[in-house]
Design a protein around this ligand. Structure first.
Ligand SMILES: [Mg+2]
Length: 321
């Protein structure tokens, strides 16, 4: 139980992550960027470099692009992870950083979450940005769209939630959350000995159906309609909707969990993937320590980063190669 609750999972490797880095830190050698940082088949490449030590990479990318699409996960990225999902809140300075960045010309900001769209939009509380809920099965960019197959699966999801609520009723701490087109079973508060029972129940229920599939995240099991869709598809959709057809915008994706890997994979070498936290197993080439560091990145982009886009393209004296 207690071991699974490192709310901001800033870990112990960089306690003063906003300060200078400790040259004696044995992990530093592993975080130095190298040419193969985006080559996932190289063992060293699985350890992402610290973004703050490599902002020149961001500057170089910004100079080479005409705009910036920033897609952000919510839990563990904008907000610290809490024991109860309803307790997760975005700190006011982070909300302001999101809103300020989104106000810049040639910048679009989207929040991409496993939460229901209405839920994440209310929690972020910035009206004029885009949202993708349920891992992108619901998207509100210019308009609200729901994946048609997912929409049809709502009744099945509701039925499964009822079955699971009954079946797991005697297990303390389990939360079955119906999110409309998907559902999440939370077991962060469940006694370690009981977790396998939760997992078994969900797995056997889902195994009997071909219209629903199961994915896992941090202390959660997620039931989704059996459509090929993930956060990578969500980012692709957002890019199609938000980026002008004839312009090259730099996509940036920031996330902390396994479901964010699909977005990191999509960006590959066409954008910047930033992993939040110390888990080295990621496709993202860069990482930051925790949600506070995410806020610092957003503030940096607003105060300095966007100028590099503007400098090259706003005044018509472009010098791009
Ligand atoms: Mg997350």
């Amino acid at each position: 139980m207690a071991d699974s609750t490192d709310p901001d999972h800033d870990g112990d490797t960089d306690p003063d992550h906003d300060g200078d880095t400790d040259p004696d830190d044995s992990t530093d050698g592993e975080t130095v960027p190298d040419d193969d940082a985006d080559g996932p088949d190289d063992a060293d490449a699985e350890i992402p470099a610290r973004l703050r030590e490599n902002l020149y990479v961001v500057v170089e990318e910004l100079v080479d692009h005409e705009g910036l699409l920033v897609a952000l996960d919510f839990d563990g990225t904008l907000a610290a992870i809490e024991n109860l999902p309803e307790e997760a809140t975005i700190p006011d300075p982070t909300r302001e950083a999101v809103a300020s960045l989104a106000d810049e010309p040639n910048v679009e900001v989207a929040v991409v979450s496993g939460r229901e769209l209405a839920d994440v939009r209310e929690r972020v509380g910035v009206p004029d940005i885009s949202y993708a809920g349920n891992h992108g099965l619901e998207i509100h960019a210019d308009e609200y769209t729901v994946h048609p197959t997912a929409s049809a699966a709502k009744d099945d999801i509701a039925e499964l939630c009822d079955l699971l609520t009954d079946e797991l009723a005697d297990i303390e701490g389990v939360i079955v959350e119906n999110k409309g087109v998907t559902a999440t079973v939370h077991h962060r508060l469940v006694d370690d000995d009981e977790v396998p029972r939760v997992v078994d129940s969900v797995e056997s229920l889902v195994a009997a159906r071909d219209d629903v599939r199961l994915t896992t995240g941090k202390d959660v099991l997620e039931l989704r309609p059996a459509v090929e869709w993930d956060k990578g598809e969500a980012v692709r959709e957002l890019r199609d909707e938000l980026v002008p057809d004839d312009e090259r915008w730099l996509p940036v994706y920031v996330g902390d969990d396994t479901t964010d890997e699909a977005a990191f994979s999509l960006l590959d070498d066409r954008g910047l993937g930033v992993k939040v936290g110390d888990d080295p197993a990621t496709e993202a080439p860069y990482r930051v320590a925790d949600p506070e560091a995410v806020r610092a990145v957003l503030e940096w982009l607003h105060e300095y980063g966007v100028e590099f886009v503007a400098a090259d393209h706003r005044d018509g004296s472009a010098e791009t190669s």
